[in-house]
Ligand binder design. Structure first.
Ligand SMILES: [Zn+2]
Ligand SMILES: [Zn+2]
Length: 189
């Protein structure tokens, strides 16, 4: 299989897996739209060029150029990535608290990715273990990191289906302005 076909298959398989998870959470539009930008030339061609099969093409691109235009395009166009949620707020460059539906989509994404990486070693604890092992949580908004941990812990303890059903119910009650009811606590140095 050439690299073009191999990458296309990777993207299609990943999207189908995330879509299934999103649908279980009631996120139909996000499930259909997930990672569509991977078909754009800015992401697709770079990924074909650096396709290796065992790791992200963006990692290889970064090694060569020191940055990855493919990844920068991806995180700039996809709200399910916490890296999208950075902005100047009150004069401070800081992480923004992610709206709940995008945190849920990020969970759906991570669960799907863990299954691909771990294959038969995958368990309901895999996504939580990955979260705890990585240091990216320190760059997320503290509330986003906390919520992500809560959801992943629930997946470990109750299994995917029960956790996704719970998220579907929570999302039904969620409102875009819910954050105004909570105390906003931007990170200040
Ligand atoms: Zn993505
Ligand atoms: Zn994805």
């Amino acid at each position: 299989m050439n690299r073009f076909a191999a990458h296309l298959k990777t993207v299609n398989t990943h999207r189908a897996e995330v879509r299934r998870n999103c649908f279980k959470c009631g996120l139909y539009r996000q499930g259909l739209m997930h990672d569509l930008s991977k078909y754009s030339p800015q992401e697709f061609l770079v990924s074909v060029r650096f396709f290796q099969g065992f790791r992200s093409p963006y990692t290889a691109e970064k090694e060569i150029y020191g940055y990855s235009l493919g990844w920068l395009h991806h995180k700039g166009h996809n709200r399910h990535h916490w890296e999208y949620w950075y902005d100047m707020l009150d004069g401070v460059w800081q992480p923004i608290e992610m709206p709940f539906p995008y945190v849920v989509e990020m969970v759906c994404d991570r669960v799907a990715a863990c299954k691909v990486y771990e294959k038969e070693k995958y368990t309901s604890a895999s996504a939580l273990n990955y979260f705890e092992a990585k240091n990216d949580k320190q760059y997320m908004h503290p509330k986003t990191a906390e919520l992500l941990r809560t959801i992943l812990t629930r997946i470990r303890d109750e299994g995917e289906d029960a956790a996704f059903a719970w998220l579907k119910e929570e999302l039904r009650q969620w409102h875009p302005q819910s954050h105004l009811l909570n105390n906003r606590s931007p990170r200040q140095e």
